[in-house]
Design a protein. Structure first.
Length: 224
């Protein structure tokens, strides 16, 4: 009996942390600007890098805090040769935490989360086809909640290595571009900022087209 209680508590604890982070977001962090975020970031490079990676971890439990703000903050406070690795390390942390929450939590709770959002149900369909490609595709299209997708993939018992590699490859282009944009945020008309912004728009537009094409193909397949 005691073992079951402990197991229940262990499974519920991550969701309690997520609830706490959601409350914190809506009470303190909602609408935070880059300038405000930088006020919480130390000026010393090593301390700044550690704080930013910690923020990526906290973001992974909030479901709402914009990860692009963290990428931009990396570029704004760190030299670009350090900012890009920090952003990529933050991406790995951000992808991993909700994955393991989903893997070890009660699957019924994750199913309820997916059931509330029809688009999240598509994660299961895409993921079953190919784990590495499924993770990559769901990241590159970037139109589904990042943390919720991670949790669902964890609940589906994806191979962690394939999941992380696919997520990393799908997220890295936007992460690097936004980090570079953060470096030149004080000069938004600079060629570097405009080039990165343009590339980001192209990736977003391409991902939207790819996602719509996938849905159309899937619909035709289901009808057949």
């Amino acid at each position: 009996m005691a073992g079951k209680v402990i197991k229940r508590i262990a499974q519920a604890a991550p969701f309690a942390m997520i609830l706490l982070m959601v409350i914190l977001y809506f009470t303190e962090l909602r609408g935070m600007t880059l300038e405000e975020l930088l006020e919480y970031t130390p000026s010393e490079p090593l301390a700044a890098a550690l704080v930013l990676i910690l923020m990526f971890g906290l973001k992974s439990l909030s479901f709402f805090f914009p990860m692009m703000l963290l990428y931009a903050a990396s570029g704004a406070v760190l030299p670009i040769y350090a900012a890009i690795p920090v952003s990529l390390a933050g991406t790995a942390v951000m992808a991993s935490i909700p994955f393991f929450v989903g893997k070890y939590a009660e699957s019924e709770l994750v199913d309820k989360l997916a059931g509330k959002h029809k688009k999240l149900e598509q994660v299961k369909a895409i993921g079953r086809e190919h784990e590495l490609f499924g993770a990559f595709f769901l990241r590159i299209i970037s139109c589904l909640p990042y943390d919720a997708v991670s949790m669902i993939m964890g609940s589906m018992r994806f191979n962690y290595g394939k999941y992380l590699l696919g997520s990393f490859l799908g997220t890295a282009p936007g992460a690097v571009l936004t980090t570079i944009m953060g470096e030149s945020v004080d000069d938004p008309l600079s060629p570097m900022f405009l080039a990165c912004a343009g590339a980001d728009i192209v990736i977003a537009a391409g991902s939207a087209v790819a996602y719509r094409s996938y849905l159309k193909r899937k619909k035709r397949t289901d009808e057949d």
